[in-house]
Design a protein around this ligand. Structure first.
Ligand code: GAF
Length: 387
């Protein structure tokens, strides 16, 4: 976290709560390089932590009350530790307080914990598909784990964050985002097997090879607690049941012919996306290792086509962002995250950044789309204590 943001959060904590914090922690958002909707199908993902973070300043209390404040909302939300439940609060406070509840579900002895005050600030854009939700969950989980001396390891903290998201926020998401936020390392991505939860941190080499990763935030906002995300998950589960497998991870490319005969067209296309996307993750990791990041473009491009045509989670703004970046010379481009809005990513040589940015802006203006927000991100460190 940059020093200004940490000092700023400590300063605002003192303004809100009338004393300096005991510590400051932060956790990043993520970009998923490839492997979309594969996490809840026991498949493979390859995300990285980005240089946009959520920061949490924490101070002890001598009672058993939790209070949370944020720069986005003038109201402090309070709850007694004995009243924590997944339905106790709504809105943004469901993320931090959902994490406190989820720690208890994983065995933390909250009956003997003292209350805390939390102040939360973030520069991860909300609704852009960069996982601002995992950033807040992981920053709070790490802060409370450290402060209360709970001793959970990072894979368990990721599960705690996911439980908060599933139950307190109500979004039926997988484990990818929290894992990226907790295990990310500079200039690297996390190759995660979502069945075994084996994680391999793999150097990306973007900087050494003169490459930049551009994010094009379409500002079409999405929410995974509603609609499309849950229906895609349900289709995958229906497909797995019809094919007699535990999850779509167990379907191989060679099985797709049989799947086409057994499934209705829509379910088949959902299944085909997952099966081919798993293969694209493996191909991307292998190609990265053997030939470097400049060679992974075709897998990113193919992933976008699969999400657009088979999984049907893209929107016209994302397609335009991807096609414009490709036409302007990007190595590869795809939408990233859960879909139905949010951001596209494009990998390119450094010198192309201003050109692709200009072309994307012009293409959006020409179509009458809302002006996108375009910026580069660097693969960065995962969650840690800052102060
Ligand atoms: C969202 C979810 F939170 C992840 O678990 C994952 O399913 C992703 O969408 C799609 O790959 O970010």
């Amino acid at each position: 976290m940059n020093g200004d943001a940490v000092a700023g959060a400590a300063h605002r904590f003192a303004e809100w709560f009338g004393r300096p914090p005991a510590g400051v922690w932060s956790a990043p958002g993520r970009v998923n390089l490839i492997g979309e909707h594969t996490d809840y199908n026991d498949g493979f993902v390859f995300p990285f932590a980005i240089d946009r973070r959520t920061v949490v300043a924490l101070g002890d209390r001598d009672d058993r009350v939790l209070r949370v404040g944020t720069s986005h909302d003038p109201e402090v939300v309070s709850i007694h530790l004995d009243e924590l439940s997944p339905d106790a609060v709504e809105g943004w406070a469901a993320y931090p307080l959902g994490v406190a509840w989820a720690l208890g579900e994983f065995g933390a002895d909250l009956a003997h914990a003292r209350g805390v005050d939390l102040y939360i600030d973030s520069d991860v854009p909300i609704g852009a598909g960069l996982s601002s939700s995992a950033a807040i969950e992981c920053a709070v989980a790490l802060a409370l784990d450290d402060h209360w001396g709970l001793g959970f390891d990072r894979p368990t903290l990721a599960k705690i964050g996911r439980l908060a998201e599933n139950r307190a926020v109500g979004a039926p998401t997988g484990i990818m985002d929290q894992t990226a936020s907790l295990l990310g390392e500079p200039d690297s991505a996390v190759f995660l097997d979502c069945r075994s939860l084996d994680a391999d941190v793999i150097p990306l080499g973007f900087e050494a090879d003169g490459l930049s990763l551009l994010v094009i935030d379409t500002r079409v906002s999405h929410a995974h607690a509603t609609g499309g995300y849950a229906s895609r998950r349900a289709s995958c589960e229906a497909g797995a049941r019809a094919l007699g497998v535990e999850s779509l991870r167990d379907v191989r490319l060679d099985d797709l012919g049989r799947a086409a005969e057994l499934l209705d067209d829509e379910t088949f296309r959902r299944v085909r996306h997952i099966v081919t996307e798993n293969q694209r993750v493996l191909d991307t990791v292998r190609t990265l290792r053997e030939h470097g990041p400049g060679a992974i473009g075709p897998f990113l491009d193919a992933s976008h086509v699969s999400m657009r045509d088979d999984f049907e989670i893209s929107v016209p703004e994302l397609d335009l962002a991807v096609e414009t970046a490709q036409a302007a010379g990007a190595i590869g481009a795809r939408m990233t995250g859960g879909g139905f809005g949010g951001a596209a990513i494009a990998l390119m040589v450094d010198a192309l950044v201003p050109i692709v940015t200009r072309e994307v802006m012009a293409a959006f203006a020409e179509q009458g789309f809302r002006e996108p927000v375009v910026f580069t991100v660097r693969p960065s460190a995962g969650a840690h204590r800052d102060l």
